[in-house]
Design a protein around this ligand. Sequence first.
Ligand SMILES: Nc1nc2c(c(=O)[nH]1)N[C@H]1C(S)=C(S)[C@@H](COP(=O)(O)OP(=O)(O)OC[C@H]3O[C@@H](n4cnc5c(N)ncnc54)[C@H](O)[C@@H]3O)O[C@H]1N2
Ligand code: MOO
Length: 402
Amino acid sequence: MIPVEEARERILRALSPTAEEVVPLPAAWGRVLARPVVARLRQPPQDVSAMDGYAVRAADAVAGARLRVVGTAPAGHPFAGRIGPGEAVRLFTGAFVPAGADAVVIQEDTTAEGEDSVLIREPARPGRHVRRAGLDFATGETLLEPGRRLTARDVGLAAAANHPWLTVHRQPRIGILATGDEIFLPGEPLPTGGIVSSNSHALSAVVRAAGGDPLLLPIAPDDTHAIAAAAMAARHCDLLLTTGGASVGDHDLIQAALGPHGFALDFWKIAMRPGKPLIWGRLGDTPVLGLPGNPVSTMVCAVLFLLPALARLAGLPAGPPPLDIALAGTDLAANDRRLDHLRARTGRDASGRLVATPFPTQDSSMMATLARAEALIVRPAHAPAVPAGAPIEVILLERLGI
Ligand SMILES: Nc1nc2c(c(=O)[nH]1)N[C@H]1C(S)=C(S)[C@@H](COP(=O)(O)OP(=O)(O)OC[C@H]3O[C@@H](n4cnc5c(N)ncnc54)[C@H](O)[C@@H]3O)O[C@H]1N2
Ligand code: MOO
């Protein structure tokens, strides 16, 4: 059994980001940027008015002054001339401030006197209500660095910088192969002894949550030829996930099935609970993560290993799930040598501090408990017993988007 940290490092070391592709801006949200976004223009391109009012020379626009209105400049229709002494130009929010003007007086502080004259009631200050050219960004400025998942704000910024296309990483394509004679997809006729594959769909959702593209393969029975055939069909994937058949039983066939097809094992079995029989290796060029069959074990392994692997493939920074500190909601027993992950509810104490309370039964088959859990309490190897109220480390599941 190898430690979790080492296992994750070995997985991440073996993976690299997917190739680049160019997508139109409307398809860029949620994708991971592969090339920097560099401003193609200055924003704003010229000095613009932040308000509806009059462009003036601040020196002229003292309280009580009457200025001659020499033109009008709505947004998009710049005033071509230059403002001279005693002159003003009527303009609106977003309009270019004409040459010669250095301030804007808002219309509430003026009284229009016919078409050609305006009375200034509040004095102007130089620069007032003027957005300077380049206030937001300059031409050639790097606005977005590669390796970030594009937010709605990023998409808006890229649009403002005049990029109709962006270069992003291809979505990682992840093959998902559930195995077992007893496994059937939801909705299929279920014979005696059959169980419904929760792992396939749960993993598919994890892949989607991480921005990947899941490929659900047909379920393979406990037969080495069938498992090998299904796995070989997924060799164009960036990663193949298997579930079940990872352990030591006579019907745990993943390694036996893939071995004759060139499967190179990197490691098998890690010092964690649940999820001990994790397999990591390579089938030709395709990395293979062999997850245990127990549904909770599969999902805990997904949190600890699959999400970081998906981040690496997607071109994002990849590492362990973030840990938060909570207070133990009950006494916790001493741990053995396997890093443990207790499914837990969270809440707040009277002082607003996070409290995590493990469910009383921690069986790695219990999906209802996992779905209700808001956190995994992380109990390090050989952690001593701690009393209720002691600080402990937790992984908050909602934060992971799963
Ligand atoms: N003698 C030992 N037995 C077991 C050990 C061990 O060290 N020695 N390890 C146990 C641990 S820990 C785990 S975890 C399981 C994992 O075993 P496998 O990966 O070989 O999984 P299976 O035996 O195929 O199935 C286990 C369990 O999960 C159910 N299952 C399988 N696939 C799915 C699916 N797609 N959706 C929902 N549920 C699934 C399956 O029916 C079994 O109940 O091994 C222990 N045994
Ligand atoms: O480690 Mo297994 O994953 O106990 O259920």
